[in-house]
Design a protein around this ligand. Structure first.
Ligand SMILES: [Zn+2]
Length: 236
């Protein structure tokens, strides 16, 4: 990291400015590897790139305002979805949720988007597409397909996310999520969540079933989806 960026962090009174910019929890560590300003079509953010010893992935935070001085900072934790976020896939609701969060955060002075590079809820891109194939040809839902491939329904690990939030100086946060597991995962790792803000999107014909599975099997709080009865290919 250059001295310029160090000064930048100092200016914002982030405690991580003091060397080392690495946080340890036991033997594990997370560090701020790089940061810069990032103007986007949703507004101006500061982008931080983190490295860590747990999953060896470069996770990202987009920050508006100073987390150290903000109580109940709105935070969206988004898991990478190449097909949705980049290619605008209609099989899931990731891009809609990302755009909604960026629009929301960009319209306020304080907020953070933590972008975790844990594709396919942690199973990786290749396995996510294998799961799509099982859904397409075998009539499985997301949970069944993941289990069929030998994975838990959700392999996301919130240790690194919590360490990132702490490094950025987050006090209590307001988490934008429908997923109670995310709230529990962060709380278990010492993050104070004052309240939950729902992130509800309209389903389309391709993702209605996926959303219904999220609501019915994975415990996501999406009341307008819960009512939908998934139309599934009957299993033999
Ligand atoms: Zn997605």
């Amino acid at each position: 990291m250059s001295s310029t960026s160090l000064k930048f962090i100092d200016d914002k009174k982030l405690q991580v400015a003091e060397e080392p910019k690495r946080m340890y929890v036991g033997q594990e560590w997370v560090e701020i590897y790089a940061e810069a300003e990032l103007p986007t079509r949703y507004g101006n953010f500061r982008i931080f790139v983190f490295r860590n010893s747990i999953d060896a992935k470069e996770h990202v935070a987009l920050v508006r305002g100073n987390p150290l001085e903000t109580q109940n900072m709105p935070v969206r934790i988004h898991s990478e979805c190449l097909t949705g976020d980049v290619f605008a896939s209609l099989r899931c609701d990731c891009r809609q949720q990302l755009e909604m969060a960026m629009t929301d955060l960009g319209s306020h002075n304080n907020g953070m988007l933590i972008y975790m590079r844990q594709e396919g809820r942690g199973i990786g891109l290749g396995n996510k597409i294998r799961a799509y194939s099982l859904q397409q040809f075998e009539g499985m839902d997301t949970v069944e397909a993941n289990l069929h491939l030998g994975f838990d329904d959700d392999l996301r690990d919130y240790r690194v996310t919590a360490m990132i939030l702490k490094m950025l100086g987050a006090q209590t946060i307001q988490l934008i999520t429908n997923n109670p597991r995310k709230i529990n995962g962060l709380r278990e790792n010492g993050i104070g969540i004052a309240e939950r803000q729902a992130s509800l999107v309209q389903p389309n014909q391709h993702n209605a079933e996926y959303l219904a599975t999220k609501a019915q099997k994975s415990g996501h709080i999406i009341p307008h989806i819960h009512e939908l009865s998934p139309k599934r290919t009957p299993k033999k």
